[in-house]
Design a protein around this ligand. Structure first.
Ligand code: MCN
Ligand code: CUN
Length: 795
């Protein structure tokens, strides 16, 4: 295990390596920068029709009647379809990724504002939207359940009366850890601190909203679906199950995707409606959401009401952590999490600390709000887990009068304890936390910052320093432990080297902006020495890529990246045998130099991978038992998750007159094991930190008491711009994963997971003179103002 203490600045140096890992400009960017990306909405097919969805204006109501006659008579309208019509085909309800069902179009009731009620198919998208206005729906308004705390009250209205025998709004219970052991450590602890925390409902708001183009060819019996999906193969299997079509008759194509952030993992009613519409009309049909539809109806994130408790000795040894969570899942349980993990990977809430006992009890409920939950770079709910533990550790530091950095350093899991089994059963593969923490403190000038803060405090200025240290679990599988609707979480990869030595690699994961076309070429290049520029990366087309579960939970590098390295090694092994024939020596006498084999002790006698590719496809004999061609295919099933970690330090200033928080500095030291492309990693981190500023200070999908969504536009749902964020200061350490073939761990969600608690901790630190121990996100000026005045408003 090596740990590199090295600071990199935030500029990239463009030293483009010809082969393998290193900073390399993204291969996909010329296409994006010149406006030549091809997104779902760019797909134009001959005779294509357009679909628009009528959505419920209210949160909870019984549908009394729907009159579509005026809409049907509207110019250019080809079809108007209601839930009742879908019900006749048994298509009104569809399975969700969490073994619940969700209405494609409402039949009996509407259960959240924005729910799909009917759709219109017309000659263009404007005619379709105009016709929506002519559909007359009579609603019998019911009392909505908006607050999760209300959901389980005995007199709360029943939301899911579609489920047989259901008498309340309970969704599931889940627990992890050892309740009795935790009780025992709490009973003997010197200090116990507890704090209520709300991680509010937020939305990933990708730049491109969700949409699809469905093209059902009745003669071929084949459905082609261009769709905004992060998991094309998993979606194809679900469509096959619902539609009763065989998988080879369904082609799911995810072209360029304008940001996913978990918002494009679920299957939305709109996709199904587009498919139905194409079958009904016999034409290709496009459905594309607008911004408000995306914000009110598609996968939200978080919405956890948590109580955190921590037990410690007086000198700051953490003994136990306990939490009780009320999870708001909205109207349908549509969470995209592996089946056995209804709370995602929240079980890692013990964080980076070596403790004696832990316990979590969770209750999830239905409310009259949009479904979702696992989204927004959450690593399957590790956002919530890290926020809980890093906030509660800060509360403990405050109680003990200890420096929060010192308290963390004192309790870290030590390098020799890895692989480390947590008290909730997760096996952290590798880690070396102290150097990462020390590097962040050194980059920040931590002691100097504390001195500056003391001086400012003496003058009445509000400056805060916040720390968060996180460990994530990313890279789902292993397939024996993890599946989504019975599909094991493994990934295929196929590599073909053409006669001229150029290659094409086919992935089962799907890029939405993460730069896979570059980094996967780099992984292959590192293993077989063909320059990345000569390696084409294909993804996002089920007819042309091997099966696998897709991109989310930062699993592409841990799972598919491993598959890419191993498939390349398989090709290299075959190349070695061919090289031995070409050089007329035994395989054992060959040495590999990243791009060529030479005879040991005689570097002049060598053949390049390109020579070998030509020979593999060319005339002439190949060694006994070796088939022609140079290609391989594998399916990689990871033996464990990978556990990246990081230390984040945030410095804020608060204007005492306006309560406005300014993030002055942010230092992020990440450890994702072996780094494939540092420039891309920094880009991922910068994006995630920006998300963190949004969540900590600005973003919330709020509702009024009638269930109206108050975050339905980007005027109301505030997302950060370059004006709200500082110049990020990034650094890294390298602790490779011992079980990953190249030692890489995922990083795509690390900064979103780690940054909100660092920012909140900084704000609370700044407010210490007011005796504030906690305030809930988003820390808008009004909330900070209230906290300064000791009045916490209900969230
Ligand atoms: N990488 C690397 N070295 C490592 C780890 C990763 O060079 N040790 C590179 C990878 O090669 C890849 C990128 O960093 O190009 C992210 O890799 P990884 O951590 O494996 O994450 P995924 O590729 O699986 O991406 C998913 C992750 C998730 S779940 C969300 S949510 C999110 C995120 O990526 N959505 C994004 N980052 C995003 N970035 C963009 N631009 N758009 C999104 O929708
Ligand atoms: Cu939780 S958002 Mo990402 O896993 O697609």
């Amino acid at each position: 295990m090596t740990t590199v203490h090295e600071r990199v600045d935030t500029f990239h140096d463009n030293d483009q390596k010809p082969v393998g890992y290193g900073r390399m400009l993204r291969k996909e960017d010329p296409r994006f920068l010149r406006g030549r990306g091809r997104y779902v909405d760019d797909v134009q097919l001959p005779g294509m029709l357009h679909l628009a969805i009528l959505r419920s204006p209210v949160a909870h109501a019984r549908i009394v009647s729907i009159d579509t006659s005026a809409a049907e008579a509207s110019p250019g309208v080809r079809a108007v379809v209601t839930g009742a019509a879908l019900a006749q085909q048994n298509l009104a309800w569809m399975p969700t990724l969490s073994n619940d069902v969700q209405a494609v179009l409402a039949t009996d009731k509407v259960r959240f504002q924005g729910q799909e009620v009917a759709f219109v198919v017309a000659d263009d998208r404007y005619l379709a939207r105009d016709a929506l206005e002519l559909i007359d729906v009579e609603y019998d308004i019911l009392e909505p359940v908006i607050d999760a705390r209300r959901a389980l009250e005995p007199d709360a209205p029943l939301i899911r009366d579609d489920l047989e025998g259901k008498t309340n709004n309970h969704c599931f219970d889940w627990e992890t850890g050892d309740e009795a052991a935790t009780e025992a450590v709490f009973a003997r602890a010197d200090v116990v601190v507890s704090q209520d925390l709300v991680y509010p409902r937020v939305h990933p708001a990708p730049m491109e909203t969700c949409g699809a183009v469905a093209d059902y060819d009745a003669v071929e019996g084949k459905l082609r679906l261009w769709s905004t999906t992060q998991a094309p193969h998993a979606h194809r299997t679900l469509y096959a199950i619902v539609a009763g079509l065989p998988e080879h008759k369904i082609q799911v194509i995810a072209p360029d995707i304008g940001g996913g952030f978990g918002n494009k993992v679920p299957i939305y009613p709109g996709y199904v409606c587009a498919i139905v519409a194409s079958i009904v009309t016999g034409k290709p049909v496009k459905w594309m959401e607008d911004r408000s539809e995306n914000l009110i109806s598609t996968g939200f994130a978080r919405d956890y009401i948590m109580r955190g408790e921590i037990a410690a000795t007086r000198d700051g040894r953490i003994l136990g952590i306990r939490t009780n969570v009320l999870a708001d899942h909205g109207a349908f349980n549509g969470t995209a999490a592996p089946v056995k993990y209804p709370a995602g990977f929240f079980g890692v809430f013990t964080g980076s600390y070596d403790i004696e006992a832990a316990y979590c009890k969770m209750t999830a409920v239905f409310t009259n709000k949009a479904p979702g939950g696992v989204a927004y770079a959450c690593s399957f709910r590790i956002t919530e887990a890290v926020y809980l533990v890093e906030r509660i550790v800060d509360c403990l530091a405050d109680e003990l009068g200890m420096d929060p950095a010192e308290l963390r350093l004192k309790n870290f899991i030590q390098p020799e304890q890895f692989p480390y089994t947590t008290k909730t059963g997760w096996v952290y593969d590798s880690g070396n936390y102290e150097p990462t923490m020390r590097l962040a403190m050194e980059m920040a000038g931590y002691d100097e910052l504390r001195r500056e803060q003391a001086e400012k405090r003496a003058r009445g200025e509000l400056m805060g320093i916040g720390i968060a240290f996180f460990t994530e679990a990313v890279g789902a599988g292993p397939r024996k432990n993890m599946d989504i609707l019975g599909l094991g979480m493994a990934d295929g990869c196929e590599l073909r080297v053409h006669p001229t030595g150029k290659a094409v690699v086919r992935l089962s994961v799907q890029s939405q902006g993460q730069g896979h076309e570059t980094t996967f070429a780099q992984i292959i290049a590192e293993e077989i020495g063909i320059p990345p520029a000569d390696i084409e990366v294909l993804h996002g087309d089920t007819d042309n890529t091997p099966f696998g579960l897709g991109t989310y939970g930062s699993r592409s590098t841990p799972v598919s990246g491993a598959a890419a390295a191993l498939v390349a090694r398989k090709v290299r092994d075959k190349a070695r045998i061919i090289a031995s024939a070409m050089l007329e020596v035994s395989v054992a006498d060959l040495e590999w130099d990243k791009g060529s084999f030479h005879v040991a002790g005689d570097p002049g006698r060598s053949v390049t991978i390109q020579d070998i590719a030509m020979r593999a496809h060319g005339a002439g004999d190949l060694p006994e038992g070796i088939e022609g061609g140079l290609e391989a295919q594998i399916c990689y099933n990871p033996s464990n998750l990978t556990y990246p970690h990081g230390a984040y330090i945030c410095v804020v200033d608060i204007d005492p007159g306006t309560a406005q928080v300014k993030v002055r500095r942010f230092i992020a030291v990440d450890d994702c094991g072996t780094r494939i492309n540092p420039m891309i990693i920094e880009g991922q981190v910068h994006g995630g930190l920006t998300d963190g500023v949004g969540m900590a200070l600005m973003e919330m999908i709020a509702f009024d008491e009638d269930g109206n969504c108050l975050g339905a536009s980007l005027m109301d749902y505030l997302i950060p711009t370059s004006l709200e964020v500082p110049d990020w200061e990034t650094g890294f350490t390298v602790t490779p994963s011992p079980h990953h073939p190249i030692g890489a761990k995922g990083v795509g969600e690390s900064a979103t997971v780690g940054s909100p608690p660092a920012i909140v901790n900084a704000v609370i630190d700044a407010l210490k003179p007011f005796g504030v121990r906690h305030a809930d996100m988003p820390l808008t000026p009004s909330r900070v103002w209230d906290a300064m005045r000791g009045q916490a408003r209900p969230p």
